[in-house]
Design a protein around this ligand. Sequence first.
Ligand code: NAD
Length: 352
Amino acid sequence: MIKNIAVIPGDGIGEEVVAQTVRVLDAVGEKFGHKFNYTYLEAGGCAIDSTGKPLPEATLEACKKSDSVLLGAVGGPKWDHIPGIRPEQALLGLRGGLGLFANLRPAIMYDQLKEACPLKESIIEGGLNIMIVRELTGGIYFGKSGRSEDGKTGYDVEEYSFYEIERLLRQAAEIAMKRNKHVTVVDKANILETSRMWRECAGKVFADYPEIRVDFLYVDNASMQLVRNPRQFDVIATSNIFGDILSDEASQITGSIGMLPSASLGEGSFGMYEPVHGSAPDIAGKNIANPLATILSGAMMLRYSFGMQAEADAIEAAVGKALDAGCRTADIAGGVTPIGTKEMGDAVIKFL
Ligand code: NAD
C-alpha cells in the first residue's frame, strides 16, 4: 500500500519525537511492504517566524490532500507575547479546517511502568487499556456564551444536534469493533436534556452493531469508577466537556505524559495523530524527550486511518519489548540509567 502522510514537526521537542516516529513508520513499511511518502509542513511558532501565521493556508491545503497528518507539538515562550497570535491557534485551525470531530485518547498502563501508576496494585493487576472517544467540535465549549447587561450573570450553553451525536457514536462503535466490543456512554441523563438525546441516539446507532455491549454511566459515577475499577472499561464515548475531564483523569493512571498518544478523526478514515504532551521547551534539543507517545500515535494512524491492524500491533508490541528490555528515557527512568530520544527510536526499530 502507498500512503501520503502530512508531517508537521512543529516546535520544541516536536521535531525530535516526530523524527523517531518517521523512522519507525519506515521500518514498519519495509517489514510489511508499504511505502509512506512524507510532506513536511510548518505550523505553530516556526510558521509564525516564517509566514507571520500559525497555520499557513498552504499547510492546511497540503494536509487536506494527504491520507493523514502526523503532528509533533506547537508553542513555546518565544511566541508567548505576540499580541493576538498564538502558535496553539494552529491546532484549532487544523481541527476545524480538517473536520475532525472525534478525539481518541487511549489510557494504556504498561505493566513495566506500573510503579508510576498512583492506583493500588490490586486495582490495576493485569494492565489497563481504555479508549476515550470525546466529541470535539460541539457542546458547551462551542455553545452561546456571555454575560447579562449588568455583568452579574453569566451563561454557557450546552447544545448538541442528533447529527453531531450520531457521527461520534458511530466512530466509537467502529473503534469498539476493533477492540473488545464494549462501549460505555457517559452522560448526565438524569439532569441534562442533551444527555437524554445521547441515550436516544445510542439506541439507534448501536442497533446496527448487535455484537457490541453498550452500557450507560452518569459522569459523576464514571469519574469514580475510573479510579475504583478502571478495568471494567473498553471504549468510553462522551461529550466534549465530559471527555476533556475524564481523559485527563484516565491519563494519570498511566504515569508519564511522554507515553500518551492521541488521534482526532473526521468522517471516513482521515485523521490527525499527535502526542498528548506539548513542545516541552525545557528539554528541547537535548535528545532526552520520550518519543513513545508520538511513535504510539503513529501506530494509531496505521490502525484507524490505514486499516493496518497487524502493523499497528507490531509497533505497540515493539514498544512493550523495548520497555521489557529496560529501555527508559529520563521521564520514565525511575532510577535506571536513561537512554536518549534517538536511542529509544533505535530500540523500538530493533524489536520490530
Ligand atoms: P508540556 O507537555 O510541553 O510539558 C510539561 C512537562 O512534561 C515538562 O516538564 C516537559 O519537559 C515534560 N514533557 C512533555 N513531553 C515530554 C516528553 N515527550 N518526554 C519527556 N518529558 C516530557 O506542557 P507545557 O510545559 O504546559 O507547555 C509547553 C508548550 O507546549 C506551551 O507553549 C504550550 O502551549 C504548548 N502545548 C502544545 C500542545 C500541542 O501542541 N498539542 C499541547 C500542550 C501544550
